[in-house]
Design a protein around this ligand. Sequence first.
Ligand code: BGC
Length: 714
Amino acid sequence: MTNNAKIISINDLKSNDPSYLETIFSIANGHLGVRASNPVNISDTAGTIVNGFFEISEIVYGEKAFGYAKNNQTIVKLPDLRQIKICDGQQNVFHRSELKAESLDMNNGVLVSTYKLTNDLGKSVELTVKSALQQANNQVIGLRYEIKPIDYTGRIKIVKHLKAISDGEETDDPRKSRTVHTLTYEKHDVNSKSEIVKITTQISKMYLEMAIYTPAALEQKFELTDGKTINFDVIGLVGEINEPVEFTDMPTFEEVIKGSSEFWEEFWKNSEIKITGDDSLNQAIHYNLFQLTSSTGRDGKTNIPAKGLSGTGYEGHYFWDTEMYMSPFFAYTNPQIAQKLIKYRYSILEASKKRARELGVAKGALFAWRTINGQEASAYYPAGTAQYHIDADIAYAIDRYYKVTDDKQFLENYGFEIVLETARFWKNFGSFSEIHGKRKFCFFDVTGPDEYTAIVNNNYYTNRMAKFNMGFAVDLIDEFPEKARELGVTDQERNELANISESVYLPYDQIKGINQQDDSAFEKPIWPFDTTPKDNYPLLLHYHPLMIYRYQVNKQADTLLADFLFDDLSKEQYLREYDYYEKITTHDSSLSRSIFSAIAARIDLKTKAYDYFMDTVKTDLVDLQKNTADGLHVANLGGSWLTVVNGFGGLQVKDGLLTIDNHLPDEWKKLTLRLQYLGRLLQITYTNKTTQIEVLTGASIKIRVDGTVKMIQA
Ligand code: BGC
């Protein structure tokens, strides 16, 4: 293990499968992502990914129906910026390569990869590639190639160009990306020092320019002698979508490193988290936060793809993952980013209103389950569009942002409208029914977060979240009456929303004494776990969905996620629910274990909390789901932070007060974390005996610490 929590090296990893390593060592800056592929033997899985740059293709259904999603949106794989050709004086290419060492320094964002390169004459040189991305001006990558002799000395020729890469292979795995064959490449402004390639998508009609520049020449000859290292620097540019790139103020490699270091230094100042007692965990949590932040679009026009910018899995789409798993970290450490993520949702609000109409709902907005441009891209509606809960998830994230920042202006100008339009959706989508002799508001034919249970009535999570969404809308109508009028809210609408929110039906099983996942959940037989071979997980790759749907079996936390968010159960009920749902959950989704860990921490199931956390925090580092090669599980990266902070750290905002409860695992000596709350930077230190809070910047503040309200002096 590397003796530094913020450096990860190949020796820390169990697998050295090349496409797995490409993902693990990928670097990104919210705009562009670069997989750490071998620069001289470009693989099928290599390439650059630009957040929001996608191609469209028609979704071909065997049997179509009204309102089905029309088009795929597929993130495009672009030329590999690190690719290079190195030859000897006789044009023998050093084309065989072996990765010797690789490490990513999260202090400054620099990736260092070292290869032994060999040509057909059996002669070798060592190539080290240093790569770093600018984070502030996020179009820029700095590359330094260092070449040293192993047993070859003499003339060396370096050739550096941008080249189209392989489309990859078609696959049946729904978590992978489809391939795109409709790109055109056009090189222009080519000279000895630089070149620009313009890449155009035929159907979505987007273009992007990528460029490389080197102070000397893109094709160069050097004399390699013993004891000498040749340095070759290249600066790459990846423009904004539909904008040309310009070679003005090109930084040097050193300047790129400096910019990157400054960004990460500032980042860690606000987000530091330190687990004392387990170095490998400490390293893993730093890795997760580093990659989560790298993956995140910060311009209000893009968002966080489910696989970040580390791979093309899930086609670069944005899901509810952002609001429920990733944005909490930003709300509490870097609220400007959390705000930008909400702004993206605002930018697709009109498309979401249209979608609601397609679903036959007269008023309000329905956000697409998976999308880049706002239009629904899920071709399988039972586990896609039917997950209406995404609307309330977005409203929940807005509430969280508001609670943590008190940013009234943003709420009035952006957040409120989203909350209102989603609340309007629920009101017009649901209906009153008579349940156990009472008039209750119900939602029929919905799918909750658990994708192994589809199209059910009154999914507890959905109902609970919709209730919250409508209640929140009412609070905002009362808080911003003028804006409410501007948005067309009448007293009647306000009162109806309030009444419906009060009347939402929440299924509860009296005999079991637990919240019930949906109306028919407990009537179904339990999945035959005893006779299911281990190799048949994840079930989604081995059983027809209809077979899975007719059993009680969960892919991921569902009712328990609602419990985690609202945290209003007695400990006894928590324990009963945990016990029940744990037995039927496969955790086939990486969004599951973090929630099981966090709840277990809160209710003192210490071993479970710790074991689930170990899997969560290292999901990608140990390739737990066996598909990290397709990209990082970014929701889970955020989930691991949730577990530490909201689980072990017991942090929540309750009744307007920041609340902290110490549930430190016995295995840890100390946990220190930093976060922002109402304009302050706080540092919280937990030990097995004490919880200490410091206000590092900003004014004194009242906080509820382990049950007692205290004034924490600045
Ligand atoms: C999960 C969803 C998630 C999606 C993208 C699926 O496997 O079940 O909850 O949104 O992956 O991460």
